[in-house]
Design a protein around this ligand. Structure first.
Ligand code: FES
Ligand code: FES
Length: 151
């Protein structure tokens, strides 16, 4: 075990965990930030996407020891009152089906819009390719991203 002070959603949090623990499990099991989901565990589905220093990252495959000195943002910290333009657009377009993949989808989309305020269809496809949805909500996801980009 090792002690870390991690900056998550703008707050410092102390944890005492094995250095190899994926940050996903630190978030979920130690800090009760359960918006970030476990899907595949091998960086292939995107359900666990968070931001590390503003960039999208797969939290299931990142040991806490590698990210402890970085700024971490989860879906809970994306906006003050779940009112990020993407979250508004998600509601407007009624995107979620079962909902399981959606936090990861929104975090990937948020990273895209931070870098590219007016993404093309191809830009969206590129940015979102690694986020799978078993409910196939892809058409609505793309519509919501476009809507948020234009808001
Ligand atoms: S759970 Fe991390 S990418 Fe699938
Ligand atoms: S909404 Fe069900 S997996 Fe995406």
């Amino acid at each position: 075990m090792a002690k870390y002070t991690i900056t998550i959603n703008g707050q410092s949090k102390d944890v005492d965990v094995d250095p190899d623990t994926p940050i996903l499990w630190v978030l979920r099991d130690e800090l009760n930030l359960v918006g970030t989901k476990y899907g595949c565990g091998i960086a292939q589905c995107g359900a666990c996407t968070i931001h590390i220093d503003g960039n999208p990252a797969r939290s299931c495959s990142l040991p806490v020891s590698r990210v402890a000195d970085k700024k971490i943002t989860t879906i809970e910290g994306l906006s003050a009152e779940a009112n990020h333009p993407l979250q508004e657009a998600w509601r407007k377009h009624d995107v979620p089906q079962c909902g399981y993949c959606q936090a990861g989808q929104i975090m990937s989309a948020a990273a895209l819009l931070k870098e590219n305020k007016n993404p093309s269809d191809a830009d969206i496809d590129d940015a979102m390719r690694g986020n799978l949805c078993r409910c196939a909500s892809y058409t609505k996801i793309k519509a919501a991203i476009k809507s948020a980009a234009n808001s």
